[in-house]
Write a protein of this length. Structure first.
Length: 122
């Protein structure tokens, strides 16, 4: 997998809104994060600028409003983060991770049944 820019936890919160609502005005991003994270507009603007600098998002200008869109899909990032986590914590082994979750009761019986069905279809 090609190397993607590192996205902080705070930047991830901005990305979730952009992935969900793209294309989205900065005012909507700011309002959402003021309500959910209690962040000030300046904080959100700084996070948006960082994401622009990293090449993760782009923008267009509509009148006086900046409208943001993602340049890297949520699926690409989730896949990358999953691979990084597996590599770092479980030496790249999905089965070791799943066994750990099952052995430590982190997976419900319904989830185990669902996993079995998925594996049987593969």
């Amino acid at each position: 997998m090609s190397e993607l820019p590192q996205v902080s936890n705070a930047e991830w919160e901005v990305m979730k809104i952009i992935w969900d609502k793209s294309p989205v005005k900065s005012s909507v991003i700011i309002e959402d994060l003021e309500n959910t994270q209690k962040w000030k507009p300046k904080t959100v603007q700084t996070l948006i600028r960082r994401l622009l600098d990293k090449g993760v998002i782009g923008y267009t200008i509509e009148g006086k409003a900046y409208v943001y869109h993602f340049l890297i899909s949520e699926n690409e990032y989730v896949s990358r983060e999953t691979e990084n986590f597996l590599s770092k914590v479980y030496q790249g082994s999905l089965s070791h991770m799943m066994l750990n979750f099952v052995k430590n009761n982190k997976v419900t019986e319904d989830e185990v049944s669902e996993l079995i069905k998925i594996l049987e279809r593969r």
